[in-house]
Design a protein around this ligand. Sequence first.
Ligand code: ZN
Length: 218
Amino acid sequence: MKKKEKAVVVFSGGQDSTTCLFWAKERFEEVVAVTFDYNQRHKLEIECAKNIANQLGVKHHILDMSLLNQLAPNALTRDDIQVKDGENGSLPSTFVPGRNLLFMSFAGVLASQVGAKHIVTGVCETDFSGYPDCRDIFVKSLNVTLNLSMDQDFVIHTPLMWLDKCETWKLADELDAFDFVRENTLTCYNGIIADGCGECPACKLRKHGLEEYLKIRK
Ligand code: ZN
């Protein structure tokens, strides 16, 4: 049974947030997606998000967050910074301080504007690459802060928080979205849709999860 309530999904066009979009569509009467444009290396990411929102018949807001790149140039926005995993406990070169804090706060403002009680985000601690503002404790803390700041009763949902990539594929499958997610989403840092380049850290993680899941898929 769908709740007669509205949800805002933080949506990048990648595997995780697209799975969250399907998850939200199953639960809530009305779903809107919000994508943040912060001069990602690949404008294709925005196009990809648009295309998916369109196909799913979801209203799509694209917010200009270019100030984020002004504040903190990083490997996702600049060609001259290499995408690297964090070594010896350091954060990866894709880390932008406060990115999720800002995105979630703006999603909260949008939710307030469009009258949505629910905010859905695909952040996850399991494949945690060390982003402090993707941790469960942070999301819970922000939920309280957003509610206090706007005198609202928002509920932030994180359906992927404790899932690994294999389990995220399984969830997509349970939502009848396995093929859609596999074929239409963009996770690859090199901007290649679907199964991607296979070499970058994001592709390796996605591919590993997919292979694990295909082994157990019925
Ligand atoms: Zn890749």
